[in-house]
Design a protein around this ligand. Sequence first.
Ligand SMILES: *[C@@H]1O[C@H](CO)[C@@H](O)[C@H](O)[C@H]1NC(C)=O
Ligand SMILES: *[C@@H]1O[C@H](CO)[C@@H](O)[C@H](O)[C@H]1NC(C)=O
Ligand SMILES: *[C@@H]1O[C@H](CO)[C@@H](O)[C@H](O)[C@H]1NC(C)=O
Length: 230
Amino acid sequence: MAGRHALMTGLVAIVGLFYLSSVNGLTCLFCDRAVNITDCLTQKASCKDNDEQCFLDKTILPDLSSVFSAGCRSQQVCKLIASAVGKRDSVACAQCCSDPINNATLIPCNGYLCNQNPQPAGSTCGVCDRVSDPKDCSVDQQCQPNEVCKVNTLFTGGVLKYELGCELKTICDKILKEYKGTHTTVSTGRRADHGDLTLCSACCDTLSCNKEKCSEVIKTQTCHNSTICG
Ligand SMILES: *[C@@H]1O[C@H](CO)[C@@H](O)[C@H](O)[C@H]1NC(C)=O
Ligand SMILES: *[C@@H]1O[C@H](CO)[C@@H](O)[C@H](O)[C@H]1NC(C)=O
Ligand SMILES: *[C@@H]1O[C@H](CO)[C@@H](O)[C@H](O)[C@H]1NC(C)=O
């Protein structure tokens, strides 16, 4: 029992190390003992190098409920753990993958491991106030079912800033209608409440899709209600 505990502790320590990953390579869902796989949709990890894969672990707790952990893990650790599953009865499933992100849902491959098929109730979107680059937004939030992701470009204090968050689908459809009407950047020169200039607004409805430049997001924006935006 003690030996097994030491093995587990060792594995957890190794696994913990591989959570700390960044720069280039695979993008994976990240979560630590989430009750529902959909809770893993709010954070992503970028794997360190080509040696790392995305993983999903499903662990059974003493009360028979299960939790999910996800992130990047070295291929060697993936193999090691795969051979240990079944011997460790608390781990119901531990799998790794290195497939590219699903284009339609933008959910990394480890969201679909262990027979999971996460269906976000609302869009999961970056939520940040005035970042210099939308990619810098590291906060994600699940929006309401009637909302999607939005990114605004603001001219504030002499510089361009990006504002990311959730927006009602109906408002997004109006933004799209306006864009289609002009085929230029939307809302040019519109003065926002706080006195800043909103140069562009755009919406999208895949996982954290608003972490891109507004001028790019608007090009692929889709219509939700054809009565509004045709
Ligand atoms: C997980 O969350 C989703 C969305 O909130 C919900 O539809 C689903 O029933 C939940 N699954 C479990 C096992 O609780
Ligand atoms: C998915 O996106 C990648 C990169 O944008 C592209 O090369 C690939 O053709 C797309 N696959 C599908 C099935 O659309
Ligand atoms: C679409 O928009 C129209 C006009 O705002 C509204 O009357 C209608 O209920 C909307 N349809 C749906 C399915 O939301």
